[in-house]
Design a protein around this ligand. Structure first.
Ligand code: GMT
Length: 376
């Protein structure tokens, strides 16, 4: 099948899912083309002659225009790729602007079917803003098929937008080969002494991630046992998290490692993963941690309970309840039996519920319903 993919290139779960899915599809013989302003974060260095291919959307500036029009330039670039490569199906990850661009390109070309995957804030936050609400509803209603990454998100979409469009829930997946425990003490030694616990947080440091709660919870944990905190990613709240670490006297035990694509190098040696988000439609990075046998302490919010099994693969706490999160972390880290059992259960859950071999066929079946096999 000839497939175009639109996604956000910046470090974030929707781009990760789009990229990993595109790689899997290309590996199984499909012709996959990413179209965007820049190469998606995790695709960097991985697209090659056999695909997935990357087509860049130019940034067109003209003196008369007060702003650029990425939705139009992306739709135009997609239309070009559809004409040149006879693209049959466009998979838009995140409603805005990708689904609207894809629908626009479909109207221009009279070709391609559009499948939209809703990821989170495209529905729960930004998509609901009056600046985007009508366009988001239009994108949902006019896509040929819509999927959501959790039951929570599908329900929210129906409720918030009052749409009766069928929404298929296809959970995210994790590459369990890539995300697995690394037992090499030398790798661990790069970040901590053997007696220290390693706590990790990964996000794009937006307000919804509540990164300061990670710092506060860690400050309490580290008064009780030797520990290090590794903060991975970057975004608007990073300076505030840094300042709080300084203020609470834990900066010496905290490393802000910035953003990099191979987060498994750190997750694979972690002892605990923290995700105190205020909103999270799925929590892909919690799944990646589970796949690395890392127990998760997270907020009981959104789609997280569909991923992290409370009391089994981690502990869920109320949003903002930093004390409960610190207690949960201590309970896990102080009891080796609980720690190992949760780690193993997390890995098992990743293998049995979120393995690519379970999820890829779901997407392929959706594609094939739109593009029957005899026309490919
Ligand atoms: O919707 C967002 O905030 C952005 C998006 C991203 O690109 O990081 O995150 C969402 O999609 C991920 C992949 O499906 C999910 O794992 C995240 O939970 C979800 N984020 C939120 O709902 C806040």
């Amino acid at each position: 099948m000839r497939i175009a993919v639109l996604c956000h290139a910046s470090a974030g779960g929707s781009g990760v899912v789009a990229t990993e899915l595109g790689m899997l599809l290309a590996d199984s013989g499909h012709e996959v083309r990413f179209i965007g302003a820049s190469v998606p974060f995790r695709l960097s260095g991985r697209h090659h002659l056999r695909g997935p291919y990357f087509h860049q959307v130019g940034n067109y500036a003209y003196a008369l225009f007060e702003q650029s029009f990425p939705e139009i330039t992306q739709a135009n670039a997609l239309a070009e790729v559809i004409y040149e490569h006879d693209v049959q199906l466009t998979h838009a990850h995140y409603a805005i602007p990708h689904a609207t661009s894809a629908i626009h390109a479909r109207a221009i070309t009279g070709r391609t079917r559009v499948i939209t995957t809703l990821h989170g804030t495209d529905v729960t936050l930004v998509g609901l803003d009056p600046a985007f609400k009508h366009s988001t509803r239009y994108a949902i209603e006019r896509s040929d098929h819509v999927t959501a990454v959790s039951h929570f998100l599908a329900d929210q979409t129906r409720e918030m937008f009052g749409v009766d469009t069928p929404i298929e829930v296809i959970h995210n997946f994790v590459d369990t080969q890539r995300f697995q425990r690394n037992h090499d003490p030398a790798v661990r030694a790069r970040f901590a002494h053997p007696e220290e616990a390693i706590l990790v947080h990964v996000s794009n440091f937006r307000a919804v991630k509540r990164t300061e709660d990670v710092i506060e919870a860690f400050a309490r944990v580290s008064t009780e046992l030797p520990a290090r905190l590794l903060m991975i990613g970057d975004g608007p709240d990073r300076p505030r998290a840094f300042e709080l670490a300084q203020k609470l006297g834990v900066l010496g035990r905290t490393q802000f490692l910035g953003s990099f694509p191979d987060v498994e190098t750190v997750l694979s040696i972690a002892d605990l993963f923290m995700l105190p988000s205020q909103q999270e439609s799925f929590g892909l990075v919690a799944l990646e941690a589970m796949s690395c046998e890392v127990p998760v302490v997270a907020a009981r919010i959104g789609g997280i309970p569909e991923v992290v099994e409370d009391g089994v693969t981690g502990i869920l706490c109320e949003v903002r309840d930093v004390d409960a999160m610190a207690d949960a972390a201590l309970r896990i880290l102080r009891d080796p039996a609980t720690y190992h059992a949760m780690g193993r259960a997390g890995r098992e859950r990743a293998l049995t519920h979120f393995h690519p071999s379970l999820i890829l066929p779901r997407y392929l079946a959706a594609y094939e319903r739109l593009i029957p096999a005899e026309t490919t």
